[in-house]
Write a protein that binds this ligand. Structure first.
Ligand SMILES: [Zn+2]
Length: 262
């Protein structure tokens, strides 16, 4: 009998006969794992819930079974926000498609835990920024990150500004000015993201153009290196960026008004 306990985030759920659901969970210590869950009226194990679970299997060759100990439903904080629902779809899609099974990605899990907490707050812009960071970090942990130490041409560390779509290498302003239209311009926020952990990043530091550029480049490299991330929701997220950022400014304006009232 193989058995363990862990925490995780449910990333997919599908019917499996009349009695079971096939549930995939991205766990803290065991990575992405599938298992069967007995359908019951009392316990749901719904997608994008943060759960404490037991997993057991009589034989490693056979599929295991989940037993739910505790469930915190993060998705309920998203039901009034199209943007938040889209971000849930995208995170689940990325974890399902981009990660191998049963490989522990502890840092990515910790980032996802921080993102889950942000769902309880009423700001879409912060979540979009965290989501953009999530894609940036995902590329790094599966082996397709960017080397921000120095320019790949002259070796200098200053004015790093461009990234090659072909090689993902980084070059400075002085070295590539002649053909820079063929290169991506590095989002300013990436310089911060490349050196600071997510919990220490004061989000809402990036502007909308920077986030749009970041999402454009990470999508390009995810599709080039990992899988054909061609989700309708991904395009929808970018199409709604203006609206989400506008809502955030209005929210900040409202808070400012509240602060200055006697
Ligand atoms: Zn250079």
């Amino acid at each position: 009998m193989n058995a363990w306990s862990d925490s995780g985030i449910v990333i997919s759920s599908a019917p499996h006969g009349e009695k079971y659901k096939l549930i995939k969970i991205f766990t803290k210590n065991h990575g992405k794992v599938s298992g069967l869950f007995s359908i019951s009226k009392k316990k749901s194990l719904s997608v994008f819930s943060y759960v404490d679970v037991d997993w057991s299997s009589r034989n490693l060759e056979l599929i295991g079974f989940w037993r739910l100990k505790q469930e915190r439903q993060i998705w309920i904080y998203a039901i009034n926000s199209k943007t938040k629902m889209i971000i849930i779809q995208l995170i689940c899609c990325l974890l399902n498609e981009a990660l191998p099974t049963s490989v522990c990605y502890r840092e990515l899990f910790d980032i996802l835990h921080i993102i889950c907490d942000k769902f309880t707050e009423n700001t879409e812009q912060i979540l979009i920024e965290y989501y953009a960071y999530f894609e940036f970090f995902l590329l790094k942990i599966v082996g397709f990150g960017f080397d921000f130490r120095s320019c790949c041409i002259c070796g200098k560390r200053e004015n790093l500004q461009y990234i090659s779509p072909k090689t993902a290498r980084i070059a400075c302003k002085n070295c590539v000015s002649a053909n820079s239209e063929k290169l991506f311009e590095i989002p300013k926020i990436w310089h911060l993201w490349s050196v600071v952990e997510l919990e220490n990043i004061n989000c809402c530091t990036a502007d909308i153009n920077d986030i749009e550029n970041s999402l454009k480049i990470t999508l390009y490299f995810i599709r080039k290196n990992i899988f054909d991330f061609n989700s309708y929701y991904r395009f929808e997220l970018v199409a709604n960026l203006q609206n989400s950022f506008k809502k955030h400014s209005e929210h900040l304006g409202f808070l400012a008004t509240q602060t200055y009232l006697p």
